[in-house]
Design a protein around this ligand. Structure first.
Ligand code: SAM
Length: 437
């Protein structure tokens, strides 16, 4: 058990190095994240580890800070920030930057890469309009370890089913043993760099669009104010800032103002900030979640929100299958809500537009509640000419089967059933794999 004075020392050290605030009730978290480091270094216990930290071991300090980061992320997280990018920000920038043909995007807490890669996939939809442009996506994060994963672009079955439409899985990913790797083409569109948000931003250059999502929640108010102020200094008058669902500038920074009638997206609070037309997105949003996420440039496919984010009207369901249960994981955060235990399992899915599946159970061979699903798919993806399949009521998901190498033509694919019975979750329950132990 960590002594209170040791907790104070380590939490102050972490805050000074990263901005991350650890309240006293996170002692268990600190212990569970630091113990593996102590073991790896052959130290007897946390007292020895803390003595090494007090002795100024810089490599160890970095390792400890890295261990205390919460790297939770998923593709097209929260949907809206990506719909806003696709339907408002990008069309606006394509017009405004027509002569410059240069766009710079910063994902300031890129974590394992799902956020910058989601943007890169959207940009790929616009490749005709962006032909001849230089578009840069810079993904930065304080965690060296998570950036290694981001660069590799390798994701588990569970990760590709969190927010990633199956059409995009088919289009941009390849199976690599039991993981999925995003294509080299998409990977090459993102540059990663280890970077601490407490450091001077100026060497990074100017950014037209900044995603600084789900990181400010871990900082105290003066740090949030300072980070937002320094971000604003990097942006042109017509830039856009995206924050996470639990983050805001209101009461924290007067450098930004919310974009009218849209949540989570901000403009500079400067006279030069343009009026931006959001009516196209509003019309699409009024038509439902599937329409909002439809590929603008291709006029193509629709991918509704994951079920756990939908209202009663949203989308189809797929399947459940053999269940393995992931217990809630503790983590570092100030988020609210209650994330239920997540049950995952392999089961069969078709070409349902929605990647995350829902069901009533996650036990082996359970029956899924999908009444009937009709999908089309020449490639199992975006509904161009192809076969139609129909799933009968109450078919049983396959138990524990391994997903095939790649969803096959026409008949859909095998995937992982995931039960998420609630629409809210507690970020503090999410963390690193070792938290489960
Ligand atoms: C919860 S993830 C957010 C990922 C992504 N933006 C999203 O919304 O899905 C938070 C990330 O912030 C990073 N982070 C925490 N403190 C940081 C700091 N001081 N500088 C840069 N990144 C930091 C963590 O390493 C972690 O990967």
């Amino acid at each position: 058990m960590m002594r209170p004075e040791d907790f104070d020392f380590v939490s102050r050290l972490i805050k000074s190095k990263s901005g991350l605030v650890l309240s006293q009730d996170k002692t268990y978290l600190l212990e569970s994240r630091l113990m593996p480091i102590a073991r790896k270094r052959g130290l007897k216990d946390l007292t020895e580890l803390i003595a090494a930290l007090r002795g100024g071991d810089r490599v160890l300090v970095e390792e400890v800070v890295d261990a205390m980061t919460t790297n939770e992320s998923f593709f097209f997280r929260d949907t809206k920030p990506f719909d806003q990018f696709r339907h408002v920000v990008l069309p606006h920038m394509i017009k405004e930057r027509a002569s410059k043909r240069h766009l710079r995007i910063w994902c300031a807490a890129a974590s394992s890469g799902q956020e910058p890669y989601s943007l890169a996939m959207i940009l790929d939809e616009f490749k005709t309009q962006l032909s001849g442009w230089r578009v840069e996506i810079i993904g930065t994060d304080i965690s060296r370890e998570i950036l290694t994963k981001a660069r590799a672009g390798l994701y588990s079955q569970f990760e590709v089913q969190r927010g990633l439409p199956i059409q995009l899985l088919v289009k941009y990913f390849q199976k690599k043993e039991d993981q999925w790797q995003i294509s080299q083409e998409i990977r090459s569109k993102v540059q990663y760099k280890e970077f601490n948000l407490l450091d001077d931003f100026r060497p990074l250059g100017q950014f037209d669009i900044v995603y600084c999502r789900n990181v400010l929640i871990y900082f105290d108010q003066p740090t949030k104010t300072d980070v937002l102020s320094r971000i604003s200094a990097l942006m042109p008058d017509d830039g856009f800032l995206f924050l996470g669902g639990a983050e805001t500038v209101l009461g924290i920074s007067d450098k930004f103002k919310p974009l009218a009638r849209q949540r989570g997206i901000y403009q500079l609070n400067r006279p030069g900030a343009p009026d931006v037309d959001v009516s196209a997105l509003e019309k699409i949003q009024a038509a439902g979640p599937a329409a909002a996420s439809a590929g603008a440039a291709t006029g193509g496919f629709a991918f509704p929100k994951p079920k756990h984010m939908q209202n009663a009207a949203g989308g189809t369901t797929a399947s459940t299958g053999a269940g393995t249960t992931t217990p809630p994981r503790p983590g570092l955060s100030t988020g609210t809500g209650a994330r239920p235990t997540t049950t995952t399992g392999t089961g069969s899915t078709g070409t349902a537009a929605r990647p995350l599946t829902t069901g009533t159970t996650g036990t082996a061979g359970s029956t899924y509640s999908r009444p009937s699903a009709t999908g089309t798919g020449g490639t199992g993806s975006d509904g161009t000419a192809g076969l139609t399949y129909r799933r009968p009521l109450g078919t049983t998901g396959s138990t524990g089967s391994t997903p095939p190498a790649r969803p096959s033509s026409g008949t859909g694919s095998t995937g992982t059933g995931t039960t998420r019975p609630s629409t809210t979750f507690d970020r503090s329950r999410l963390g690193k794999p070792e938290d489960k132990k």
